[in-house]
Design a protein around this ligand. Structure first.
Ligand SMILES: Cc1ncc(COP(=O)(O)O)c(C=O)c1O
Length: 358
């Protein structure tokens, strides 16, 4: 995001810096309360204090979970297109990435349950990473979808890790559903949550892990301790507590602003670049752009746009084979920059069509 974090967080961090004692810390009860109250109030999920663990980030937890809950050579299932970090963390731990593409239905994605069940049933598949809401498509998964995933994963003994890092960035009037809140089966899972995306704190490195099941939690506590990935950073504690206790108004204004950006981008694409189709995401500040009418190789197209116009969009193929003809655009920026970016995109598309004789 291009927006500075809320003033309240900046002031809290300055106060924390000024108090001068930076020795080892403990997780205070305010940290647990901040997460519990926020999730209860905003996401209607009553998290118990015991279920919560501190961590330095979502990716360290995913990495640790892969090592603790699966064995080398086993398969970790992801629904593509999906956040590129999932591929590297699975492969980096010597596990195999099992891609189950989402089904495209017009401007929406839905889960391919037939393919999902077939892949979950394979004995090599031992874990699934669920992105809820989904990056890059901005898809908020419905209760029925999450419930069915929970049933299937229980039936085939597949561990589920729900990455919910984008959950607070929904369009106004839209809510995400926490995976672990859906059913008993879904509760037997690991959920990663964090204030980092919503409040622009990713460089502060902080997250929380929610594990209702005591046995699973003990196994995860064990590996996070081994990795030394759960020691609380003083500034991370302060930033998270302030975000969840004093950041609500700021966040809701941000959601309105991003939504307006999204509407503006959608109008611009419809009228100025009809060759590019916007997928209908209700969450995240990321636009998932179908450029299939212009290219089957998003990487080449992204490099061309950057060289010609200076506009840097993400190459969709980084998000799996299902993203080969897509680009991802970050619209968490001031409107003037968005407008500038959209103009560059239109100019780049014109140049690309001339270059390719389209
Ligand atoms: C879905 C998803 N998970 C995890 C991360 C990274 O999380 P962290 O910085 O807490 O490791 C990102 C960052 O873009 C993301 O989009």
């Amino acid at each position: 995001m291009d927006f500075p974090a809320p003033q309240e967080i900046r002031e809290a961090l300055v106060r924390q810096a000024e108090q001068g004692i930076y020795g080892y810390n403990i997780v205070p009860k305010e940290w647990y309360q901040a997460y519990m109250e926020w999730w209860e109030r905003r996401h209607h999920f009553a998290i118990k204090q015991d279920w919560l663990l501190f961590s330095h980030g979502v990716m360290p937890v995913i990495s640790a979970a892969i090592r603790q809950l699966t064995r080398p050579g086993e398969r970790v299932l992801v629904q593509t297109p999906v956040y590129n970090g999932f591929f590297s963390v699975i492969r980096g731990n010597d596990r195999e990435v099992l891609q189950v593409p989402l089904i495209r239905e017009g401007a929406e994605y839905r889960v391919d349950f037939a393919a999902l069940e077939a892949k979950l049933a394979e004995p090599e598949t031992t874990m699934m990473l669920l992105c809820n809401p989904h990056n890059p498509a901005g898809r908020i998964w419905e209760r029925e979808t999450l419930q069915r995933i929970g049933e299937l994963c229980e039936r085939y003994h597949v561990e589920v890790l729900a990455d919910e890092i984008h959950c607070d960035l929904t369009d106004p009037g839209w809510e995400y559903i926490p995976y672990a809140s859906v059913s008993e089966q879904c509760q037997k899972s690991i959920t990663c949550i964090a204030p980092t995306k919503a409040f622009n704190l990713a460089g502060i490195q902080t997250a929380a892990v929610v594990i209702p099941d005591a046995e699973l939690r003990k196994r995860m506590e064990r590996i996070l301790r081994t990795d030394e990935a759960g020691e609380p950073n003083t500034f991370a504690l302060e930033a998270a507590v302030t975000a969840y206790t004093r950041g609500e108004f700021w966040l809701d204004s941000l959601r309105e602003y991003i939504f307006e950006n999204k509407c503006q981008a959608e109008r611009f694409l419809l009228t100025e670049i009809p060759e590019i189709k916007l997928m209908a995401g209700r969450a995240t500040y990321l636009l998932w752009l179908d450029c299939g009418a212009l290219t089957a190789h998003a990487g080449e197209f992204a490099r061309f746009l950057r060289a010609r116009t200076g506009l840097w969009l993400s190459d969709g193929s980084l998000f799996g084979e299902a993203g080969e003809s897509f680009l991802r655009m970050n619209i968490a920026c001031p409107r003037s920059r968005l407008e500038d970016g959209l103009r560059r995109l239109a100019e780049g598309v014109r140049a690309w069509k001339a270059h390719k004789n389209l």
